[in-house]
Design a protein around this ligand. Sequence first.
Ligand code: FAD
Length: 317
Amino acid sequence: MKVTEHIKQANGKTLFSFEIIPPKKGNSIQELYNNIDPLMEFKPPFIDVTTSREEYVYIDRDGLLDRKITRMRPGTVGICAAIKHKYNVDTVPHVLCGGFTKEETEYLLVDCHYLGIENVMALRGDAMSHQKYFEPATGGHTYACELVKQIQNLNHGKYLHDVIEADDKADFCIGVAGYPEKHIEAPSLKSDLKRLKEKVDAGADYVVTQMFFDNKRYFKFVEAAQQAGITVPIIPGIKPIAVKRHLQLLPQVFKIDLPEELIYEVEKCKDNKAVRQVGIEWAIQQSKELLEFGAPVLHYYSMGKSDNIKAIASQLF
Ligand code: FAD
């Protein structure tokens, strides 16, 4: 079922969902299941599965380093199918512009359709680690908006090159990313919102936000988005702080602010076990307020480990 249908059916009740990361190449999927199992009691209507950018690996060939480009965490669509099959839950593969040609994206979407996957998150992806700015693949998309248009075209039976009398059209529900504290490359929050509106106008059905730690940012963002004419559901993304290093890492990678009170509580911690507990308590408070606000879904970034998400969800769902 579509994410938007789940939201409609919930009739104002806030839903619980989460995002997982595929295992590294060569690792078993069992660890993923071990982390999903404890969260199923909270009845997530859908689970997101991320896609990672390609990266360089260096192979030692008789003392000479050979550079190869590879995706270390492949298998997003396969994992979506496996989870859907095992848990009977909807899954949302993240589809990236970065590293994919439009043809490859078309094949991936066709696979999703055959597998009964009805939702996709359309994302640009970040620059690769050695690049300063995002560069599209040759024959790939530059912005997520273009990807949304491709998916919408497919929904209307329009493939890239072929004129096909499609008798079994896809009907993907499309999610896109939104940034309460603006995207790192956007010149202003206002221009970033204009870009978000373009994605919605191109056919996006809902928005999932970047993580934030001060709910006021989300409330203001929702208000500004509505004023900009964005009427689709805006799902807040919540990440519990888990290690002390997050104090530097999260602002650096995502260009987000951390509230003084949270910084103070984390800095007081003697070890990362204590930090994890602070992260849980902060996320519970955030979640309670977001529930009161009437957020359609609370979407948690699990980063592969679910004990903290379970501790949070058990207080709320
Ligand atoms: P876009 O919407 O294309 O925007 C990128 C930037 O370009 C913004 O600054 C925007 O303002 C600007 N822009 C847009 N259109 C134009 C235009 N026409 N002209 C000029 N500027 C323009 N990354 C992954 O690699 N894998 C994942 O699985 C993944 N999942 C994510 C899930 C969520 C919920 C979120 C919030 C992010 C996720 N990301 C993921 C990160 C995302 O790929 C990056 O934040 C990326 O840098 C931007 O992606 P986007 O889809 O928002 O891009």
